[in-house]
Each structure stands twice: as structure tokens, then as C-alpha cells.
Design a protein around this ligand. Sequence first.
Ligand SMILES: [Zn+2]
Length: 215
Amino acid sequence: MTKRLYSEDPYKQLFEAVIERIEGNNAWLNQTCFYPESGGQAGDTGILNGQRVVDTQFDSEKSIIHILESIPTFKVGDQVEGQIDWDRRYKIMRIHAVSHIMEYFLFQVFGQLKLTGSHLNEKYDKSTYELDEKLDLEKLVEVAKRANKLIAQNLPIETWSDEKRPHFRYWKCGPIQMPCGGTHPNNTSEIGPIKIKRETGGRGREKVVTSLCSS
Ligand SMILES: [Zn+2]
């Protein structure tokens, strides 16, 4: 299984690895900083030995597939250098932390809500909730207010692995704790203020779109 360098250090951008397998445009390495799409978080892009990585995914055995733009020029056993697109990933990290904070205050303000999906990339977090009526705008403004207040407290963000399940990880910030294997910044001071928008996702579905005020 690919060693997940992003779990040990989400700020690591550059790494060396050995090629373990190649199939078409797909490459598997012994270790990587590239985060594979999962938990709603988009897969990383970047460079592997001068070639573009356009997406990163898990395979069925939870090893990590680096999807290249073209057929790899390296071969199995080669030592390669990788670099993730840091600007994009750093925004994703900040928005990922925001998505947990928003979810916490949405439940706090609205009470029972059924979260049916979440997708986050470098532009926004889009979470879908199942309910019969429109999300009350005043209450949504209150959610954003509480989220911004917490973020402004410059709180540390911690993550750690479950002792019994090595790839199962937790996330904690102030009063909020949940299971998550994604990448996040170390402190809410890195996030800055956020803004939200409501979208209708068809009958019985409401979407909350959260983004950063500063890029
Ligand atoms: Zn997370």
C-alpha cells in the first residue's frame, strides 16, 4: 500500500519515490504527497519527473493512482521526484477545515439536518442537505457568523491516527472533533474569513456553498 506522506505532513510539497507499477497513463509509487480524491476532497494535481499529474485516485486496494497527462517516460524501479500543485492544495486544505466548522454550526443552528453529500475543491465546499423546505437565510447568516467567530480565534487544528486502524484518522479544532483522513492547515489563522451562499439542488435538496473571502 502506498505510504501516505500527506498524512504525516500536509505541508510537504516535494518528495522522492520509487515507481512500483505502471499501467497506461497511471503510475503507482511506494510513497506520495499526492492526495487521492476521497472524503469529498478533490484529488491532487502536480508534476512527477517533469510530467503532469492531472488527477489522483485510490484503486480498489486503497493504493494511490497518479493519473498522468501522457504515457510515463519513467519505468518501474526508477526513482522519481514529485511536486504537488501547492497553491491549489493549500486552498483545498483551508476549505476542508472550513467544511467541518460549517457542518458543526449548521447542525447547531438548524438542529437535525441530513447531510447527503459534500464536495470540496480549491474554489468552494458544496454540501447537500436533504430537507423539505428552503434553508432559512437568517439562520444561515447566523451559521456563517459563528463559523467566522471561531476561525478568528486562531485555534490550533490537530489530526491523528487511530491506534488500532492505522489509516483511520481524526480531526479536532476547538469544540469540534470528527473522523477525517483529509488534509488541513494547522491553525484557523491560516483560513481567514469565509462567505456562504445557498443553492437549491432540486426537490427536497438544499446546497450550502462555502468559500474563502481571500484567495
Ligand atoms: Zn477533514
